[in-house]
Design a protein. Structure first.
Ligand SMILES: [Zn+2]
Length: 283
């Protein structure tokens, strides 16, 4: 199994051995490690080596571990964002992360960055839903705002946290992307949903009931993640979400027709591994 959403939130030297040990206790072989945040998110002033240092650090965390996927957290409003995409891709970054904390997804700079990421064949993980950053920023993270990405060819993007509390809006936007792709698959972006909490536990049952019952081909497009921290990854936190999600998947299985999936066990494998590999596969 893989965890699609793990943060590196400091510039301390990597400790991959500890994380690998915790993974092995949980039955995980790896996942997505997201670089330390850009200056726009920390409100610290970026130094001249900021980008290279953050790229190098996440690559060092993942070095020699083929199932650990290094993502670079980019600020699309930074004047050098286009260069940063090129630098990160050349260095071996597997994908990108954006948190729209200062502008909506339809802002020209966000769209330009997303186009460059898509052209490089890399996936893009967005925060979505309420943003706990102490700022007036959640309005940039409503799911419907991501319709602006619709006509970026080859883009594979995921909305994290199932956009909680806007789960219904997130599923509706997913349906819209699916319908658009059926008409013009080459011309439209492909949307995934990262189920990383996000949702307080109270809402988890509702989330699975809707995911499995709505009748959209969601099971090919959902990703399991924890929002854990690379250096202090908590095994109990991850174990609790894995257990709850697997239980809810089994309970709500009968709610919907699940084309291509013979059993909840099949669907669990897609959710915890296969879908992320497809999301990350270079195109
Ligand atoms: Zn996160």
């Amino acid at each position: 199994m893989l965890d699609s959403h793990i943060h590196i939130m400091n510039m301390n030297p990597p400790q991959p051995d500890r994380l690998e040990h915790v993974f092995s206790q949980l039955g995980l072989t790896g996942g997505v490690l997201i670089s330390a945040p850009p200056a726009c998110f920390t409100r610290e002033k970026a130094g001249p080596s900021d980008v290279q240092d953050r790229v190098d650090l996440v690559l060092a965390w993942c070095n020699g571990r083929p199932d650990w996927f290094p993502f670079f957290w980019i600020d699309p409003l930074d004047a050098s964002a286009a260069d940063q995409v090129a630098v990160a891709v050349a260095a071996g970054i597997a994908g990108f992360k954006i948190i729209c904390n200062q502008a909506e997804p339809g802002h020209p700079a966000v769209l330009d960055t997303a186009r460059r990421i898509a052209a490089a064949g890399r996936p893009l993980l967005f925060h979505s839903g309420i943003l706990w950053d102490g700022q007036d920023s959640s309005r940039f993270n409503r799911p419907a705002g991501f319709e602006a990405l619709l006509h970026i060819p080859k883009l594979r993007f995921a909305l994290a946290h199932a956009s909680w509390p806007w789960i219904d809006e997130c599923l509706a936007v997913f349906g819209k992307f699916q319908q658009a792709r059926r008409q013009a698959p080459q011309a439209c972006a492909e949307m995934f949903i990262d189920l990383t909490p996000g949702t307080p536990r109270l809402y988890r049952d509702e989330l699975y009931r809707k995911l499995l019952g709505i009748g959209y081909p969601l099971l090919d497009h959902i990703l399991f993640g924890t929002d854990g921290l690379a250096d202090t990854y908590e095994p109990q936190w991850a174990a609790d979400w894995l257990a709850l999600d697997q239980k809810l998947l089994e309970q709500h299985w009968q709610n919907g027709v699940q084309p291509g999936y013979a059993s909840p066990a099949d669907a669990w494998l897609a959710l915890t591994e296969k879908n992320l590999r497809r999301f990350i596969a270079r195109s």
